[in-house]
Write a protein of this length. Structure first.
Length: 258
């Protein structure tokens, strides 16, 4: 094998990347060769370009991300290839994704600054999850009272989202174009003719008042009684107590019964 020839080097680099299963930097690829057989940097780059072109029309592609080069399945096949794993991909809450987006676009940023933008408090578990996944890291502390931690993204974040660097992030203008069209307000939405006719007809008829039966009234009173206050120990001490002497009870007028 002539390692100075990019056409011979390209299949070897393909074997390295397939075996590693993760991105490999040029520096790491250089280390895999002994000094006497190590190809020149220009030969490496040309071999990688040949490898990239050889992936055309195949199920995988050569992708350069933050940590280096890797061979990965094309996105078009992801819905089917994902069935190889029984575990479903983890779903992240909107709050977590919004927090991650703010860190990515405004880094370094503190937790308080994230809360100012979102208008709500950031759950501690969100920061914990991002740190555990190694998508963000603490890069310093703001020189203000309390010295809050400042967060920034990592290479693992770029690798996960198929990015080489932060410049590959979509611009805010592109994100606005990706937003779905706002739904029509109810007042502005057109009403089908048959529904409008039914609405007009029902509006002309007088409303039917349902008579409340005595039994249903008792049921309603029973339900109301369940929420009544029965503990009056918190009343003021000067509240007059109700007499329960037998003489007082006898003096009360009798309540006629039906």
């Amino acid at each position: 094998m002539n390692l100075t020839d990019p056409r011979d080097l390209a299949p070897l680099l393909e074997a390295f990347l397939l075996a590693s299963g993760k991105p490999q930097s040029l520096e790491r690829l250089f280390e895999l060769f002994e000094e006497a057989e190590r190809p020149e940097a220009a030969v490496f780059k040309k071999a990688l370009e040949l490898l990239r072109k050889s992936c055309a029309g195949r199920a995988f592609e050569l992708k350069e991300v933050a940590s280096g080069y890797r061979l990965q399945i094309r996105e078009d096949y992801a819905p089917w290839v994902g069935r190889l794993w029984e575990e479903r991909p983890q779903r992240y809450s909107r709050a977590l994704l919004e927090t991650l987006a703010l860190i990515a676009y405004r880094q370094p940023i503190t937790r308080g600054e994230i809360e100012d933008v979102r208008g709500v408090a950031v759950n501690t578990n969100i920061i914990k999850t991002l740190l555990e996944r190694e998508w963000v890291r603490i890069v310093g502390y703001r020189e203000v009272p309390g010295r809050p931690a400042m967060f920034a993204t990592t290479k693992a974040f770029l690798d996960h989202f198929n990015l080489k660097n932060l410049d590959d992030l979509p611009s805010l203008a592109e994100l606005r174009e990706m937003e779905p069209e706002p739904l029509l307000e109810l007042d502005d939405a057109p009403v089908p003719a048959h529904l409008q006719a039914l609405a007009d007809a029902s509006a002309e008829e007088p409303p039917v008042v349902e008579e409340t039966s005595f039994r249903s009234l008792l049921v309603e009173l029973d339900s109301m009684e369940e929420g009544l206050k029965i503990d009056f120990d918190d009343l003021l001490p000067d509240t007059p107590e109700v007499s329960t002497d037998d003489e007082d009870l006898e003096a009360l007028p009798a309540v006629p019964r039906d």
